[in-house]
Ligand binder design. Structure first.
Ligand code: GDP
Ligand code: MN
Length: 381
């Protein structure tokens, strides 16, 4: 709530209200969809591609970059190419970007991961999930297939878009001088990131950074002001090779607490040079060297979000409130989407989410009529 109000009202407005006739003649931005996936996720990948193609890319034809820590098989590659007329590239993520770095003892990391599994921390016991989170936190933008691009739009298997996007969000972000775009902000599971904020906060102090107005989005409002003198952080925070998180005196956080808010990074449209900056690299290095990707289960979502909080200002952020977007159980529904309108269509009441998705697909994909809805989003269905 705070985030939406904070970002939307003063510093950021919807780029386009309602529908446009998509302009397919203007030059594209230097951008691509980025999809990290495994061969076994082919069906989910197709679902996502059908959705983004139908609602956006059939007009705009942005290329896709598929990445995988393993090798994509021929079935995956051939099938995926059938679902878009845009160009598609497939890349491998090497051990320099995936798995354990050489400065950590894999046995210690593995123990940490197993312990999280025992404690039933969501995905905490899954080694590959930790690899994925670290890859998306500190490496994807360095992949050679992304080197030629300035912008990316992250896509995941099994997501769906349900409003037409009849303008080019990359060009709009360029025009409005935006760096990072999101459509959902939610609260993180506290137990996955117990120490993340201490390190992010320590990064701010260490670099002498002052909030540009976005940091507050991630800070729990304090009932009373803590006037005690801040203590210096212990040395261990900055040492180069810890295998586990040092105990930082809570006072070192100057009374600030993480409110668990983060941009949900399975959707992201952003400038790659934000991640490629020295400031982001320093941030990632410090977070990484704490061991938090192993001893805790830090997600790339809170990492990207806290980096944005430390380095960007509200005007650099765009809230895509007009994008109807769903990933598993969480969705963002623009004000004029059918699900938000009363009375609801009877079939929406009766059907389950899965059935609804299927009905959506069957009912509308072949329908190529002109966009004609008014409201925040365009023709949401
Ligand atoms: P969730 O959205 O947090 O439930 O996590 P997902 O399982 O959807 O993973 C996030 C993204 O990383 C998706 O695009 C997955 O396809 C991808 N991903 C997760 N783990 C792996 C992995 O081990 N290898 C590869 N190649 N991709 C992965
Ligand atoms: Mn997912």
């Amino acid at each position: 709530e705070f985030s939406r109000r904070k970002i939307s009202e003063k510093h950021d407005k919807v780029f386009v209200t309602g529908c446009l006739q998509p302009d397919t003649t203007q030059p594209r931005a230097n951008a691509a969809f980025v999809v990290l996936a495994r061969n076994k996720e082919l069906d989910g990948v197709i679902q996502s591609m059908k959705s983004i193609e139908r609602h956006f890319n059939r007009w705009y034809n942005y290329p896709y970059v598929f990445l995988n820590d393993g090798d994509f098989n021929e079935t995956f590659k051939e099938t995926v190419k059938n679902y878009t007329s845009a160009s598609v590239e497939f890349g491998k993520v090497g051990p320099d970007m995936w798995g354990y770095p050489d400065w950590i003892d894999p046995k210690v990391a593995k123990e940490g991961i197993n312990k999280q599994g025992d404690n039933a921390i969501m995905y905490g016991g899954m080694e590959s999930y930790h690899f994925m989170c670290r890859f998306y936190s500190g490496f994807f933008y360095k992949h050679e297939l992304l080197a030629k691009y300035e912008w990316y739009w992250r896509l995941e298997p099994e997501i769906s878009y349900f409003c037409d996007i009849t303008y080019d969000p990359f060009l709009k972000m360029i025009e409005h001088n935006k760096t990072y775009g999101f459509t959902i902000a939610v609260k993180e599971l506290r137990e996955t990131v117990p120490n993340i904020f201490r390190y992010a906060s320590a990064y701010m102090r260490l670099k002498g950074l002052k909030s540009k107005g976005l940091w507050e989005m991630f800070v729990e409002p304090q009932p009373e002001k803590d006037t005690s003198k801040p203590k210096d952080l212990p040395e261990e925070v900055f040492r180069s090779e810890p295998a586990r998180l040092p105990d930082i005196d809570p006072e070192a956080m100057e009374g600030e607490k993480y409110n668990m808010c983060h941009f949900w990074s399975n959707f992201e449209i952003a400038r790659l040079d934000f991640f490629r900056s020295q400031e982001y690299e320093d941030f990632f290095q410090m977070m990484d060297r704490s061991g938090g990707f192993w001893m805790e289960r830090w997600g790339d979502a809170p990492i990207h979000s806290l980096a944005a909080g430390a380095l960007l200002s509200p005007k650099d952020i765009h809230y895509f409130r007009d994008f109807g977007y769903r990933h598993t159980t969480i969705q963002h529904c623009p004000a004029n989407a059918p699900a938000r309108q009363l009375p609801r269509e009877p079939w929406l009441e009766k059907t389950t989410l899965d059935e609804r998705k299927r009905i959506d697909e069957d009912k509308y994909w072949e329908e190529i009529d002109e966009p004609k809805e008014n409201g925040v989003g365009c023709r949401c269905r």
